[in-house]
Design a protein around this ligand. Structure first.
Ligand code: ASP
Length: 340
């Protein structure tokens, strides 16, 4: 009652909360990832490390600037993911991995926590920034997920930038495909493929909370190297690789998508926070360590309604960064146990 009255006087209902009788600012913050996998210091040169750190810093700073200026968490996660999609370093947008047939098929999704509205695209081959198309599906269509050529036809109605499929070509990813094919022989036509996180992982994502207390999550990927048969991963599957709900948390995932779909990783974390009274950070650590016991590798980034930022992963490393009004900037690559 008192809170409602004060809020009415100040006219900024969700942006302010009462803490010990004092009006406190709604914490804002953003967390990003650029994929998890066998990323270790011994195998990375100082200049490579520097390049990743610079790209992560640019993405987190641009996303955070949106929040500081009073922008929505949806705009902040979109901004951060675009920066990562436009970098050749990450498996999304420009740096997308190759399919077995030596082309690129991209997946992305976005979700906002205030009404659980969501949009996703799967298997698109000519969209410069798949996250923008996922957002358009959410905001400008009556659907949640569009795939392939239909999604691209929809992009044309909105004049979203399309690119030839070879826009996504990079030498580094082509080498990874060659290594993958070697590892797949002598049974290259099997749908069931061995999973080696050293050459198959990637994806980018962002989660954020804004001054209105709204959560959002965005995830974008080229999927897994040498994927076949129109394979779609967890990134565009709401509840698996991406989820946001103001009553629990927002999560973006990276890792072996088949496991993230089967275990509904993103929504399971938020459900544990909501129904078991755990913090979202504890729920994330639990789910990711349980996933490891069944062979699922990867990680997540998480934000909760109080603006607590966290991550959890069961791989050697995960490209990641966080920044919030109550969280200093952290840009990290390797496992906490190894020196950064
Ligand atoms: N989760 C992505 C997929 O399975 C890949 C990754 O994050 O490494 O498509």
């Amino acid at each position: 009652m008192k809170k409602t009255l004060l809020a009415a006087i100040f006219g900024v209902i969700p942006a302010l909360t009462l803490a010990h009788g004092v009006l406190a600012e709604q914490p804002i913050g953003i967390v990003i990832h650029g994929g998890a996998g066998t990323i270790n210091k011994a195998q990375m040169s100082a200049s490579q490390q520097q390049a990743y750190e610079t790209a992560l810093t640019a993405a987190i700073e641009q996303g955070y600037a949106v929040l500081q200026q009073g922008g929505s968490s949806l705009d902040a996660v979109t901004r951060a993911v675009i920066v990562l999609e436009d970098s050749p370093l990450f498996n999304a947008g420009k740096g997308a991995v190759y399919t077995f047939d030596e082309s690129h098929e991209l997946d992305a999704s976005i979700m906002q926590g205030q009404d659980r509205n969501a949009g996703a695209v799967a298997g698109v081959t000519t969209i410069k920034n798949p996250i923008l198309l996922a957002r358009a599906v959410m905001e400008q269509s009556e659907h949640v997920m569009l795939a392939g050529t239909g999604a691209e036809a929809f992009a044309d109605t909105l004049k979203l930038v399309r690119v030839p499929n070879n826009y996504y070509n990079t030498e580094f990813r082509y080498d990874a495909l060659k290594r993958a094919k070697q590892a797949l022989s002598p049974q290259p036509h099997q749908a069931k493929m061995p999973f080696d996180p050293a050459w198959r992982m990637g994806t980018v994502g962002a989660v954020a909370i804004d001054k209105q207390g709204n959560l959002a999550a965005a995830t974008s990927t080229g999927g897994m190297t040498a994927k076949r048969y129109g394979r779609i991963g967890d990134a565009p599957v709401i509840g698996a690789g991406n989820f946001a709900d103001n009553s629990s948390c927002a999560v973006s995932a990276t890792g072996h998508g088949e496991y993230f779909i089967r275990y509904q990783v993103a929504s399971d974390i938020c459900a544990r926070a909501k129904y078991q009274g755990k913090t979202a950070a504890v729920a994330a650590a639990e789910v990711i360590s349980e996933l490891a016991t069944v062979g699922g590798t990867g990680g997540v980034i998480v934000v909760d309604p109080a603006g607590n930022l966290s991550w959890a992963f069961n791989t050697e490393g995960m490209y990641r960064a966080m920044l919030g009004s109550k969280t200093p900037l952290k840009v990290e690559i390797f496992n906490d146990k190894t020196a950064d």
